[in-house]
Design a protein around this ligand. Structure first.
Ligand code: NDP
Ligand code: 8X3
Length: 253
């Protein structure tokens, strides 16, 4: 069976680790790409590297008006997005809730949740009209398994999981698919961003282990997105073999 080829794929956070890997994976089968991100130079470099038709959009997913405008006025040839990959997102800090920076919390909610909702809402009507589409959200194992200092990041990804499942309920019968891909540890700039540029602290997250790579995650997304249209993957949880679960914590006096 030849895989289903999404004609046009829109990727948010295309300037980051996962985003670039997703772009390369879909370019390899000739999907047209809409690449959204905040860094114009990285978008241009990726467009120049890829051997497929690419439209780039410089936009912050937290800017609702800008998202509505940019996604609502895609140029001919790119305006029928079949697969939306809601990937833009970040974690900031690992301080306990009682010490965490409220601005960091707001940024995570605005980006990981509100931004994802803005992007989804902007493209859903077109997908429904065409009777075909796929919203692929990048959740996280953090959305299922809390850890100390994960507080709002974990909660923001739990939102993504439940929003994905709720979307499925609303979209039944429309032909539009929804998948939440939930990776564990993957080496990208994620930890560098989380620790605000502290490379030593970020490096320790991945030291002496074998994390997943962005290409591994791209393979999972690609699998779900290229299944035949009648086949919906609701949730796809993936992690490195070297990662697993710990016991519940018990405070003893
Ligand atoms: P990166 O830091 O490499 O990439 C994050 C991407 O999100 C960047 O392109 C970044 O753009 C973009 N982004 C952040 N804020 C905004 C914003 N306000 N508007 C537009 N774009 C924004 O990390 P990853 O590739 O690892 O992360 C991608 C997604 O995967 C995130 O949602 C993350 O939560 C999730 N994830 C990551 C895991 C990991 O271990 N790495 C595991 C599970 C999930 P810019 O460069 O402009 O900041
Ligand atoms: C990223 C995975 O475990 O750092 O979503 O939260 S984790």
């Amino acid at each position: 069976n030849a895989p289903h080829k999404p004609a046009t794929v829109l990727i948010t956070g295309a300037t980051g680790g996962f985003g670039g890997a997703f772009a390369r994976r879909f370019a390899a089968i000739g999907s047209k790409l809409v690449l959204a991100g905040r860094k114009a130079d990285r978008l241009k470099a990726l467009r120049d590297e890829l051997n497929t038709e690419v439209h780039t959009i410089e936009v912050d997913v937290r800017d609702r008006t800008a998202i509505e405008q940019a996604f609502g006025t895609l140029p001919a040839g790119f305006d029928e997005v079949e697969t939306l990959i809601n990937n833009a997102g970040l974690a900031l800090g690992t301080d306990p809730a009682q010490k965490a920076d409220l601005d960091d919390w707001e940024t995570m909610i605005d980006t990981n949740d509100k931004g994802l909702v803005f992007c989804t809402r902007a493209l859903l009507p077109g997908m429904i009209e065409r009777g075909r589409g796929h919203v692929v959200n990048i959740g996280s194992t953090a959305g299922s398994y809390p850890y100390p200092g994960g507080n709002v990041y974990c909660a923001s990804k739990a939102f993504v999981k439940q929003f994905s499942l709720s979307l499925r309920a609303d979209l039944q019968g429309t032909g539009v698919r929804v998948t939440n891909v939930e990776p564990g540890m993957v080496e990208t700039d994620f930890s560098l961003v989380r620790f605000k540029g502290d490379a030593e602290k970020a490096g320790k997250v991945y030291a002496d282990t074998t994390p997943l790579t962005p290409d591994d995650v791209a393979e999972a997304v690609f699998w779900a997105a290229t299944l035949p249209p009648h086949f919906n993957v609701n949730r796809l949880e993936i992690m490195p073999t070297t990662q697993a679960f710990g016991p519940l914590a018990i405070h003893r006096t």
